[in-house]
Design a protein around this ligand. Structure first.
Ligand SMILES: Cc1cc2nc3c(=O)[nH]c(=O)nc-3n(C[C@H](O)[C@H](O)[C@H](O)COP(=O)(O)OP(=O)(O)OC[C@H]3O[C@@H](n4cnc5c(N)ncnc54)[C@H](O)[C@@H]3O)c2cc1C
Length: 416
């Protein structure tokens, strides 16, 4: 195989997007995936492309923590274990919940959100990648007045960053969607967001990359990033094959931490496991994307059926299916939508969100290793921010600097 300019490790939405934007800029790219393009967090997620969404660490989030440790059926659950890196991560997470860092994160994430929208529009309209892309927005649905008040506060915050969010009563929501139960008191509609089928989107996107001349290899496990005199020279596979390139983009989701260690780079992240169940269509089928606010369950119409997705479990890197947590999805959603109790479960899944403690993705070149570009850590918003991350990485590599200030996302923030 002839030498390429850039090797991208990881075929999730972030890696696909990096390969896409690099190929648009004339780079010869090799995209390497350990499995196939239809596995991983990017395929099974909730399909809410939520531009301008707030980060996970936010004022008030830490108040939940005591409850989290005690209750394995809380939407947010931390499996008690002796793990120093986990403890450090939580202390940093706690700091990031303070109003000042939260305001800084919100500013950069909302700026990224506008760019992210442009990138999606570009991919959908120029490449005929569709994946059931629908401009319905998504609605945060509330059962209690107390939670609705919080949802309105969050809507004000997101609106203050330039996004359009409608505050709705329960009757207003039901007038547009008969699937919503009478118990719903209201919600907030993020009208500029989009819903899609992430599995179809990534499959179509991977096919588009091959048509564009991006070389792709699946079932190849990268074991090591190779360097010489502080500069990237390629990667080594599990089959002891050496693949050479001038640049390497590390977009391997939660597994990026381990690969970064092969060049002495620290990328501290925790795996935030989430579940989905695809249900046969309830009658009536919900018309929009939703988040059931109190239950922390997303509900998205997909392929004529309904996907319920959610919960966050910090139990390390594993794919163990905890059926009690999986069952929380349907149990939670039946309080919000008609007909959920009688739907059949068509398939179930779990996947790992790559979560940083400060709630910001890690995007940019490492100053420790020349030619190593990091693109990971997007936590709950990886599908939304995948394409814009790809664009920014392509600018870092081709132009030597990104078109917007992303210094807050630099991998160097973990360098002592
Ligand atoms: C239940 C759930 C619901 C979610 N809902 C949403 C949502 O509605 N909207 C949203 O924006 N985000 C959502 N997310 C988050 C989103 O799915 C992730 O942030 C995003 O998919 C991360 O993308 P990624 O490309 O970084 O990682 P991944 O999708 O995990 O891809 C990384 C890829 O790298 C490959 N890889 C790993 N190691 C190696 C190696 N050594 N060699 C080669 N390949 C390797 C893996 O096989 C994998 O395919 C959700 C996540 C979950 C779990």
């Amino acid at each position: 195989m002839s030498r390429v300019d850039t090797i991208v490790i990881g075929g999730g939405i972030v890696g696909l997007s990096c390969a896409y934007f690099l190929s648009l800029r004339g780079q010869k790219v090799l995209l390497i995936e350990r499995d196939t393009f239809d596995t991983g967090a990017s395929v099974g997620n909730a399909g809410l492309v939520a531009f301008g969404h707030a980060p996970m660490p936010r004022p008030g989030a830490i108040r939940q923590s005591f409850k989290m440790f005690l209750d394995p059926l809380n939407p947010l659950y931390v499996k008690p274990r002796l793990d120093l890196s986990m403890l450090r991560w939580f202390l940093d997470f706690k700091k990031a919940c303070d109003p000042e860092p939260f305001a800084r994160s919100m500013k950069i994430l909302s700026e990224l959100g506008f760019e992210a929208k442009q990138c999606f529009e570009q991919i959908v309209s120029n490449e005929m990648v569709n994946g059931e892309y629908r401009k319905t927005g998504w609605i945060d649905l509330c059962l209690s007045e107390e939670r609705l008040e919080q949802a309105f506060e969050e809507a004000d915050l997101v609106s203050s960053h330039g996004y359009k969010v409608d505050k709705l009563t329960g009757d207003e929501i039901r007038a547009n969607d008969p699937s919503i139960l009478d118990e719903i008191v209201g919600g907030t509609h993020y009208t500029q967001s989009v819903i899609l089928d992430p599995g179809r989107f990534t499959t179509e996107f991977a096919a588009c990359l091959r048509d564009r001349g991006v070389r792709t290899r699946t079932q190849i496990d990268i074991k090591k990033i190779l360097t010489k005199d502080g500069k990237v020279v390629g990667v080594r596979t599990a089959g002891a094959e050496t693949l050479e390139a001038d640049n390497v983009v590390l977009a391997a989701g939660i597994w990026s931490t381990k690969l970064a260690q092969t060049v002495g780079l620290n990328l501290p992240m925790q795996a935030g496991k989430g579940y989905h169940v695809n249900l046969s269509a309830p009658n009536p089928l919900p018309r929009f994307g939703y988040v059931c606010a109190e239950a922390f369950v997303a509900a998205t119409p997909m392929n004529g059926n309904l996907r319920l997705a959610g919960t966050i479990e910090f139990s390390g890197i594993n794919d163990t299916m905890n059926t009690r947590r999986l069952n929380m999805l349907q149990a939670g959603a039946r309080k919000y939508f008609k007909g959920i109790g009688t739907c059949q479960s068509l398939s179930t899944w779990n996947g790992l969100r790559p979560c940083t403690a400060d709630g910001l993705p890690i995007v940019g070149e490492s100053s420790q290793v020349q030619g190593l570009f990091v693109a990971t850590g997007h936590a709950m918003m990886g599908f939304t921010l995948g394409p814009v991350t790809g664009k920014l990485i392509s600018e870092c590599i081709v132009d030597g600097k990104p078109s917007m200030d992303i210094s807050a996302l630099s991998p160097d923030r973990y360098t002592p």
